[in-house]
Ligand binder design. Structure first.
Ligand code: G2I
Length: 338
């Protein structure tokens, strides 16, 4: 003990004298998987999953090897979890959670409230009746998964596209502007340990009105003590919505509000070296921002994607690693740039 202490003192003085480099003599070995490489930089790497695919051994082989966090793509949505008012259905979501827990993976919950994927009974409600049903849904679902979901997308996609910076019109929105904060408070009460996120798409470009509107809401929530812990940037990138030059600045702007940022549904349309370079830029941006805690890609293989013809993921339809995979792994292994 004493000996190693004195050796490290000698080492420290040699470093101070400029004789030895500052970096440790033995660097941590590079991670061989996305999860391991991300972990080196204190981040997680996850994937969106669909319960019916867990029966496909080619799918689960990649999922279980490469990813540390799973997000159910559809199984926790309103139409899946409360198809009939007051009758909750958790089978497919529970299967994903069990699959993850058995393998030491964590779970992101997606999503407690969304204007889409709603069961028809909700459409018949409005006003106080709708608000009550909405909050009951949040409470029941968050309570069911209490302690098993590390972060919830409490509200998904509540802002309008375009230049208005307004809320999106929806049945929930028509119950009053405070529906979002009411949902966050109900989620906190039902699962005090889950991180509570607001999640949206097209908020990656700092200059866009939608990005700024979400930023204003999160700042207001933080100032007034509404329980919000994170912002999820879906990060669906296409030719018409490319990775913005100021992506890192956008992440930093949200992080400066005191919340975590997470890339929650990342996929990048394209192929080959161009796609690989886009992925590299995205991962670098997250690594450059301390509070960017993790990245989830929205599916495993291109063939699993919600827009498979855009070939937006890291593995091809045969499960072969694409150039984008190598770019992501390499960038994660380089770690946070300081
Ligand atoms: O649209 C891409 C994503 C945008 N952000 C929110 C996410 O929740 C959304 O995910 C997608 C899923 O990847 C799709 O898998 O959301 C879609 C709509 O809920 C999902 O598509 C649905 C189809 O619309 C259904 O017809 C189908 O039964 O997937 C269902 C299960 O495969």
């Amino acid at each position: 003990m004493r000996k190693s202490w004195s050796i490290s003192l000698v080492t420290a003085s040699l470093v101070a004298a400029g004789v030895l480099p500052v970096s440790p003599a033995v660097a941590a070995p590079p991670g061989a998987t996305l999860a391991a490489a991300a972990e080196r930089g204190g981040r997680y790497f996850g994937a969106g999953v669909q319960s019916y695919k867990l029966a496909d051994p080619a799918y689960t082989a990649i999922l279980d090897r490469e990813f540390a966090v799973v997000t159910p793509e559809n199984e926790m949505k309103l139409d899946a979890t409360e198809p009939v008012r007051g009758r909750f259905s958790f089978g497919p979501a529970d299967r994903i959670v069990a699959h993850a827990e058995q393998r030491g993976m964590r779970v992101r919950g997606h999503t407690l409230l969304w204007h889409s994927a709603q069961p028809s009974w909700l459409a018949a409600l409005q006003g106080t009746a709708l608000r009550d049903a909405m909050l009951n849904h949040v409470t029941q679902v968050a309570a069911h998964f209490r302690g098993r979901v590390q972060a919830w997308d409490v509200v998904n996609e509540a802002f309008a596209d375009g230049t208005s910076g307004a809320r999106r019109d929806s049945n929930f929105q028509r119950t009053g502007d405070d529906w979002i904060e009411a949902a966050f408070r109900a989620a906190r009460a039902a699962d005090p340990d889950a991180k509570l996120c607001y999640n949206d798409y097209n908020i990656e470009n700092r200059a866009h009105a939608k990005t700024q509107a979400v930023h204003r809401m999160v700042r207001d929530f933080r100032q007034r003590g509404v329980p919000i812990d994170c912002v999820g940037l879906q990060s669906h990138f296409t030719a018409t919505h490319p990775v913005p030059a100021d992506f890192e600045a956008t992440l930093r702007d949200f992080a400066d509000l005191g919340v975590e940022v997470q890339l929650t549904e990342l996929d990048v349309e394209g192929s080959g070296a161009t796609q690989a370079e886009d992925y590299r830029r995205v991962v670098r941006a997250c690594l450059a921002v301390d509070r960017c805690t993790g990245i989830t890609v929205w599916g495993v293989r291109d063939s699993d994607s919600w827009r498979s013809s855009a070939t937006p993921l890291l593995f091809d339809a045969n499960g072969v690693k694409k150039p984008a995979y190598t770019a992501v792994l390499d960038t994660l292994n380089r770690g946070p740039c300081r």
